[in-house]
Write a protein that binds this ligand. Sequence first.
Ligand code: ZN
Length: 328
Amino acid sequence: MMDEYASQRRTGAEPLVAVARSQCIVGIELGGTKIICTLARRHDDIIETRRLATRDPVTTLAAIETIVDGWVRTHEVQALGIASFGPIQLDRTADDYGHIGQTTKPGWHGTDVVQRLIRRYGVPTQADTDVNAAALAEGRWGAARGLSSWCYITIGTGVGAGIVIGGQTVQGLGHPEAGHMLVRRMPGDDWPGACPFHGDCVEGLVSGPAIERRTGLSGDAITDDDPVWALVADTVAAMVHNMIFTVVPERILLGGGVPSRRPFLIPMIRSRLVSHIGGYGGGDLIATDIGTRLIAPGLGDDAGPLGSLALALDAMQHAIAVDAQLHI
Ligand code: ZN
């Protein structure tokens, strides 16, 4: 792509310099523990990636804007994609569009993470949950390419699931929060769970912080033969069982920090899942080919940031389509 050159406006003693400008997109992934900002020409032509810790909203959003302000000064940013932890209002007609809902993250409830960026940068912007965005990225460039229906589950700081049917993420009155479903517990296991809203929902049992609280150990200190992994595998298998019989997806991708650091978990979950399904109905279509139906994400740790770029590309394409309609 040809670069354009534009003069930077003279401010104070700053010298007048010619700054290379090029057409780009910006993706922002707001995760529970970290933020990843990406400047790219395309999903496979990334110019710069910046990582930040997720802190209080004022500090965090100011830091994001400092990064994007710098990119806007030196590049022609055409669109913005925002992939955020939830719950987040995704109804564009709502006054609180792009605001964070009830969350366990201190200070974030009610924070506007989308409208302020739209006002600040004035470019086409698309927002979605971080898991929905990662699911879309897997469909375009990862392990769900060519499919029509799939689920992307992440188990890390929290537990989330993006559900895609007919190439579109499922959206009801709000976005799905499958990580908070209740599942049957293993016999004899009565640990109350760590979710402040539901106690022993899936997130309350198998998120990274929940596993640490249950074992009393930091994540790295838990050995691979700790009995907690059988409980984790059984709970995740029950969650996937419910999703399979609800959606009957062509593939389930299981990612996030917990399974990616413990590669033995997916085979354990497959084994329990096949047992749970019991040869029944649409679930059996998955059970008989479990090795290709339940797998790790193809994009690995890049699914999140690439998801934010997928949203930016969607925003740009939508703007082009609207512009073409206006000129017919
Ligand atoms: Zn919960």
